[in-house]
Design a protein around this ligand. Structure first.
Ligand code: ADP
Length: 394
């Protein structure tokens, strides 16, 4: 009988799952999939360890499933396909661990209540991340569940790096830079020694460029600075999020354009970034395929902003040994990697065009002062590793 760790990543309208088999020191990926469109047209799909389709179901347009329905469907599916395996723990992605949780933790009811108090800091994500923990605890209180945070990796940053220049009366309420995508950065930091001992033991900037996008300065495996701050809307422009914005813009929107907070939230999270600038799409592939001048402009702005942040993070690191691209755009788009790296050429970065077109992993020339890499991330595997660690320590 093999022990299985289930990883769940629940969002507002989707639940992704991955089952990992404990095989000695390794964690082997087994059944994995997702339910998407919980409240519009729910669709479930699962693949097995060989990436063969293992199940699919659609509930039809207009159908609605609650998170509870979704969790129950996934767990029934896993139970019927479980074979001779035993579920020993569930690991959850939880976006916010606040200032307190610098590590993954056993998600006891008290811990979940505490994490719930952080909902105002991540209202769009935190409640959905916590829901499955409570749903599973209700039917399986004996099953260890572990909360793994997107913020935890960044708690290694100095107090200065985590501070806003605001009065103490505000910062003491938790208004500070938290940073996100920490599970991805931690995965890359753990993978880096295999690719480059120099990068792993030195100063690296990792660009996590997915629908959400951020960058992190890492020194000897620890987070030094990141582009995301108090919320996941800061820093780089993203698919639909604006990234860094002069706070005066928000005052202007409130006072002059009479927008309320909901309209502003919708604007900065859902209508901006690549989508807002191009007016075409927030999907990088679509923009790269388009000849429209606004699509080109959105890409220009995106690459320029990455270049500026590379400069800022290199300053935080006081130098740079490696630049790593990861996530959907970072792993797959040679053009964005080339264009972003061009903005950082002054650091001595030289891209090897054919290696870049081939997808790497190393995409810099041998004479480049800074190594450049394209490395796939795996946040779910990181969650599974943390879950194993926390459960083994009990
Ligand atoms: P999420 O942040 O939701 O996990 P991903 O990491 O999957 O998202 O990244 C999604 C982004 O990656 C989209 O903008 C998509 O267009 C982009 N992407 C995926 N493949 C390519 C590709 N071959 N070329 C350019 N962009 C790509």
């Amino acid at each position: 009988m093999t022990d299985v760790i289930l990883v769940l990543n629940a969002g507002s309208s989707s639940i992704k799952f991955r089952a990992y088999y404990r095989e000695g020191k390794e964690l082997g990926l087994g059944l994995h999939g997702q339910i998407e469109g919980l409240f519009s047209s729910p669709h479930f799909i699962a693949h097995d360890k060989n990436n063969e389709k293992a199940g699919e179901k659609s509930w039809g347009d207009g159908a609605k499933l609650s998170h509870e329905d979704g969790i129950h469907y996934i767990s029934a599916f896993l139970t019927t396909h479980r074979g001779d395996n035993r579920l020993v723990a569930v690991g959850h992605r939880v976006v916010h661990g606040g200032g307190k949780f610098a590590k993954s933790v056993l998600a006891t009811p008290d811990v979940v209540d505490e994490l719930d108090k952080l909902t105002p800091l991540a209202p769009l994500h935190q409640p959905h991340n916590l829901k499955p923990i409570r749903i599973i605890a209700a039917s399986r209180p004996d099953l260890p569940q572990v909360a793994c945070f997107d913020t935890a990796f960044h708690r290694a940053q100095t107090e200065v790096a985590q501070a806003f220049a605001l009065p103490e009366s505000i910062t003491s309420r938790g208004v500070r830079r938290y940073g996100f995508h920490g599970l991805s950065y931690e995965y890359i930091a753990q993978a880096l020694p295999e690719f480059s001992p120099r990068a792993a033991n030195g100063r690296a900037i990792v660009a996590h460029l997915g629908n959400g996008a951020s960058m992190c300065a890492i020194e000897k495996g620890r987070s030094v600075a990141s582009t995301m701050g108090f919320t996941a809307v800061d820093g780089l422009p993203m698919g639909t999020r604006c990234g860094s914005l002069d706070p005066g813009v928000l005052l202007y929107l409130l006072e002059e354009l009479k927008m309320d907070t909901h309209a502003i939230e919708d604007l900065i999270y859902k209508q901006s970034g690549l989508l807002g600038v191009s007016g075409i799409s927030g999907d990088m592939r679509k923009l790269l395929e388009s000849d429209a001048p606004r699509a080109r402009f959105a890409i220009d702005l995106y690459a320029y902003r990455i270049g500026r942040e590379i400069g800022s993070l290199a300053a935080a690191l006081q130098g740079l040994d490696a630049l790593v691209f990861t996530a959907g755009i970072g792993e797959n788009s040679a053009e964005i990697r080339r264009r972003a790296a061009r903005h950082a050429a002054w650091l001595g970065i030289e891209i090897d065009e054919s290696a870049n077109e081939a997808g790497g992993p190393r995409i810099s020339t041998p004479s480049s002062k800074v190594e450049v890499w394209a490395i796939p991330t795996d946040e779910e595997l990181m969650i599974a590793r943390h879950t194993r660690e926390v459960v083994d320590a009990q």
